[in-house]
Design a protein around this ligand. Structure first.
Ligand code: GLN
Length: 315
């Protein structure tokens, strides 16, 4: 690669040229939003904020920066997501580090956090702290977003992966939340002993056979264990719901993220275990696109009934 180009004759001597070249390069590789990604990668190669690029279009790139940029572009062309390349992702107002053993937190999951926040207001915690259990915490996304929004809550977060727990712990420290969360390794509820007001999870829910059909950013780069929900995608829900009553307080809820067509099936599993799923037409279960992406389950139908009449299904 010559000094000022990406090896294809295109120049990237200045920030302006680098942005143009990077955009062209990414678009040619079939990356949508090439100009957005180009800004992330040029800023990352230079170690500056994206906004600073606009202020310094004529800033020259030195040869280290050009090499760094070429490496970053090659990674993106191999479909590595921007969040993995830069090592972090914005989620519900927090910046979260991620690694190879964590799912890349998604905007879908912000819907689950918002639902949980609405339900948190309905829990009767008898003046004690609201106790939250996040199963398969990954980066810590759900638990940390909830703690950031609920100053009186405490959380326990589990994951099967020690490396995920390590990064989640660091994310907790980064946001000053470490004193209200504890982490431990567990396969779903296996090693959980205490009771909680809210058990929440975004478990793996892709049917095993469909993983290969997902976008390469997901299929190649998200950890398989964070995606694979078994033959029909519902294995984790079955495992968790079979044992949920044991870890729920009397006034308690389970909140799940589910695949776009799984809400009815997951609700049916909850009913089989004597729990009370919220009606699927409840608006809070839907994302901004109108898809039902969450299931909320109460210990008893009474818990829905007492609440402002938003939900009334008897019990
Ligand atoms: N709870 C984490 C998240 O929502 C990880 C979920 C997963 O790995 N399936 O990002």
């Amino acid at each position: 690669m010559n000094r000022a180009s990406l090896g294809d004759g295109s120049t990237c001597g200045t920030v302006r040229e680098a942005l143009g070249t990077a955009t062209t390069h990414l678009a040619a590789a079939g990356i949508t939003d090439a100009s957005v990604d180009a800004r992330y990668l040029v800023a990352h190669a230079l170690g500056i904020e994206r906004a600073a690029l606009l202020r310094a279009p004529e800033r020259a790139l030195d040869s280290d920066e050009r090499h760094r940029l070429a490496d970053l572009l090659a990674r993106r062309v191999a479909r590595e997501p921007i969040s993995r390349i830069v090592g972090e992702r914005a989620f519900h107002g927090l910046t979260l580090a991620l690694n190879a053993e964590t799912l890349d937190p998604r905007p879908d999951t912000e819907t689950v956090v918002n639902l949980a926040l609405a339900l948190a207001a309905l829990v009767d915690a008898h003046d004690g702290p609201l106790k939250i259990l996040d199963l398969g915490t990954g980066t810590g996304a759900i638990a940390l977003a909830l703690l950031a929004a609920l100053p009186d809550a405490e959380a326990t977060a589990t994951d099967i992966s020690p490396l995920a727990l390590e990064i989640a712990r660091r994310n907790a420290e980064r946001h000053g939340l470490a004193n209200r969360i504890r982490f431990f390794r567990s396969h779903w509820l296996e090693d959980v002993r205490d009771r909680y007001h809210m058990v929440i999870s975004n478990p793996p829910y892709i049917p095993s056979g469909e993983i290969a059909t997902l976008a390469p950013e997901v299929a190649r780069w998200d950890p398989r264990a964070a995606l694979d929900g078994g033959p029909d995608g519902l294995e984790a829900y079955r495992t968790i719901l079979a044992d949920a009553s044991r870890v729920l307080e009397v006034s308690g809820f389970v909140v799940f993220e589910v695949g776009h067509d799984q809400a009815a099936a997951v609700s049916a599993i909850a009913l089989d275990h004597g729990l009370a799923p919220a009606p699927l037409n409840w608006p809070l279960l839907r994302d901004l696109g109108g898809n039902t992406r969450c299931v909320a389950v109460a210990t008893s139908g009474r818990n829905w009934k007492i609440n402002l009449g938003i939900v009334d299904q008897g019990g």
